[in-house]
Design a protein around this ligand. Sequence first.
Ligand code: NAP
Length: 243
Amino acid sequence: MKKAIIVGASSGIGREVACRLIRDGWQVGLMARREQPLVSLREMADDRVDYALCDVTMPDAPDRLLALIDRLGGVDLYFHAAGIGSQNLDLESQIEMNTVNTNAVGFCRLVNVAFQYMKTHGGGHIAIISSIAGVKGLAPAPSYSATKAFQNTYIQALEQLAYSQRLPIRFTDIRPGFVDTALIAGSGFPMKMKSEVVARHIVRSIYRRRHVVVIDWRYRLLVFFWRLVPNCLWRHLPLGHRY
Ligand SMILES: NC(=O)c1ccc[n+]([C@@H]2O[C@H](COP(=O)([O-])OP(=O)(O)OC[C@H]3O[C@@H](n4cnc5c(N)ncnc54)[C@H](OP(=O)(O)O)[C@@H]3O)[C@@H](O)[C@H]2O)c1
C-alpha cells in the first residue's frame, strides 16, 4: 500500500487531494492546525488514515512530521498544500510577515524534512502546490507572489540536487490559477476553478510524474503571455489601483 503525507489537508485543495488518495486506496497521514476537519477525513477509512496537528510556522513541526511518518511506517509521497494568501494593497507588515513565515519559512522547514527523510530511506516523491502567482511580482499581493516564486525556485533547486546526488526523489510543482476555496473567499476573481476538478488534475499529474504543472489550459495561456511582458512594461500595469 502506498503511503502519503498531506500537509494542509484540512480544507480546500489539500482536502480534495486527500479524499482522492484515500479513495484510491492510499495509506494517508494528514496534517494541519485544525483538528475537526482531519477527524472527519479519517472517518473515510480509519484503518488507513492517521493525522497529526501541525503549524508549519512552529519549530516543532519537523518532529510532528517525522512522528507521523513513523506511525505510517514510511512515506512514498509528501504533498505540501499548506499556505496562506491575501491581497495587501496597504502593505500591512503583519500580513507580509505571516505570509513569509507560512509560505516560505514553514514550507522550507517541512519540505526539507521530507527531502532528508527520502534521501536516507530509499527515495520518494515530493509534490507541492505553489501558484501561477510565482511567475511575476503582483502588486496586490507582494509577499504571496514572492513566496510562490520562492517555492518554484526551491523545488527546482532540490530537483537538481537530487539528480546530481543520484537520489531517487521525484518532484512535482503544481501551479494552479484561481481555485474556489477559503483562500480567495469573497473575492470577485474571474475563471475560478472547482477544487475537486483541480485535485483530479493534481493526482493525475502526480501519477504521471510531471515536473511542473499549470492548471488549467486557460492559465497556461495566461502565464505564457505574462512571461512575454518585459519588466519595463510590467511595472506600469495598473494592478495596484483601488477600483
Ligand atoms: N485558492 C486559490 O486560488 C489558489 C491558487 C493557487 C495556489 N493556491 C495554493 O494552494 C494551497 C492550498 O490553498 P487553498 O486554496 O486550498 O486554501 P485553504 O482552503 O485556505 O487551505 C489552506 C490549507 O493550508 C493549511 N495551513 C495554512 N496555514 C498553515 C499553517 N501555519 N500550518 C499548517 N497548515 C496551514 C490550512 O489548514 P489549517 O488552517 O487547519 O492549519 C488549510 O488546510 C496554498 O498553498 C495556496 O497558496 C491556491
